[in-house]
Design a protein around this ligand. Structure first.
Ligand code: SF4
Ligand code: SF4
Length: 384
């Protein structure tokens, strides 16, 4: 049996968040049971892109603050590390995300080092899985005695859900993240890469910000903030993600990342084998919109396997909303977003034939100007 603590927290007020994080860790027997006085504790929040906390795309700074304070009370040394998504060719977005998300002021206030994983030395580490032979991981991550994943509870257009496990994708520095998307365009194979990173890095604990989560076509600005009202914690990150995905409205076994991780013995994804402790009671169950690709996970494997890529929703640039900032163009792993010169004006278009539907463009678009168009066959099946 795995244990997941789920504590009510209705809003981002410092006192409420701090209490909820403390209660969650008390349910697990206390942080001091897990870490030692001289440990260096690496905290990995989700800083997907430079967004304000109220957009519910990144881990809220008050959650980071509460966790840092808990770690400091044990006598251990906390450090915060991340590599954001959407790596532009000329610069990493991590520093901007660190500032805009409110994390920088928390780290400065509590005198905690922030490590930009795009700017530190890395070391090749053998993958314990089989998708890639090895990962180039930041040395400060490898030298940490204890790793805390600090995710945001969110939907994800490609992987359907992003939580404690997927959050570890951000330990991969800069452009490598884009390369893996290009190398593994099939979402199920990509899910295996995520699990390989998780299994190789082996985070020890997750504390999830589920106070305001993100529903709809997350994990970026196309998602819709949703008040779930909880802080979760567990040493079984697979179990934590399973419970959190259930809160968003996913059925058991719908999230491939958790399924793969459970099959490999990395945690439990069966709700019957997870004990949920704490005082959180979800009042309005299954009220949230899920990503348009979520329907695909209900289709039988004999349909899905050969046609998955074809049936996935495709990104379309909304020309009315597009500001031509070119963020998507620079972040596309396939380089299939083109600037079309119309004479007097310029507009951006996606070369559909070569698009792998990784949806990185939608994830990074700051203006929610990339819509997802559902495949006509999926639309038909949905109404059967
Ligand atoms: S689609 Fe979004 S990211 Fe791409 S250029 Fe337009 S506004 Fe920028
Ligand atoms: S256009 Fe968007 S979905 Fe297609 S390959 Fe580029 S980033 Fe991925």
């Amino acid at each position: 049996m795995s244990s997941v603590a789920s504590i009510s927290c209705s809003k981002y007020e410092e006192k409420l968040v701090t209490e909820a994080v403390r209660k969650a860790m008390d349910e697990l027997g206390g942080l001091e049971r897990l870490i030692s006085k001289n440990d260096r504790v690496l905290i990995k929040p989700n800083l997907l892109s430079p967004k304000a906390p109220e957009q519910a795309i990144t881990t809220h700074p008050l959650v980071l603050k509460a966790v840092i304070q808990l770690v400091q009370e044990t006598g251990a040394t906390p450090v915060v590390g991340e590599s954001s998504g959407g790596f532009l060719a000329e610069k990493s977005l991590t520093a901007a995300a660190f500032e805009k998300t409110g994390m920088k002021s928390v780290c400065e206030e509590l005198d905690v080092e922030f490590i930009n994983f795009d700017r530190v030395e890395t070391k090749l580490v053998s993958n314990v899985g089989n998708t890639i032979s090895d990962f180039n991981l930041p040395i400060p991550l490898l030298e940490a005695d204890f790793i805390i994943s600090l995710p945001k509870l969110k939907t994800h257009s490609l992987t359907l859900f992003t939580g404690a496990i997927k959050n570890m994708y951000g330990v991969i520095p800069g452009l490598k993240k884009m390369e893996y998307h290009r190398e593994f365009p099939n979402p199920n194979r990509f899910a295996e890469v995520i699990v390989d990173i998780f299994a190789t890095v082996k985070p020890d604990l997750a504390i999830m910000d589920g106070v305001i989560g993100l529903a709809g076509d997350g994990p970026g600005s196309a998602g819709v903030p949703c008040a779930v009202g909880t802080i979760l914690a567990s040493t079984d990150l697979v179990a934590l993600d399973t419970v959190a995905a259930k809160y968003l409205g996913y059925d058991d076994n719908q999230v491939q990342i958790s399924n793969i991780a459970a099959k490999r013995g990395l945690g439990r994804a069966n709700l019957n084998r997870i004990e949920i402790t704490g005082n959180f009671v979800q009042l309005e169950y299954k009220q949230y919109d899920l990503p348009s690709n979520a329907f695909l996970s209900h289709l039988p494997n004999f349909i899905l396997k050969p046609f998955l890529q074809l049936m996935m929703s495709k990104p379309i640039i909304d020309q009315q909303e597009c500001t031509k900032c070119r963020t998507c163009l620079k972040s596309c792993p396939q380089l299939v977003i083109e600037e079309i010169d119309d004479g007097d004006t310029v507009h951006l278009e996606i070369d559909e034939a070569n698009c792998i539907k990784c949806l990185c463009c939608q994830e990074v678009c700051p203006y929610n100007a990339i819509d997802l168009k559902e495949n006509f066959l999926v639309k038909f099946l949905r109404y059967l």
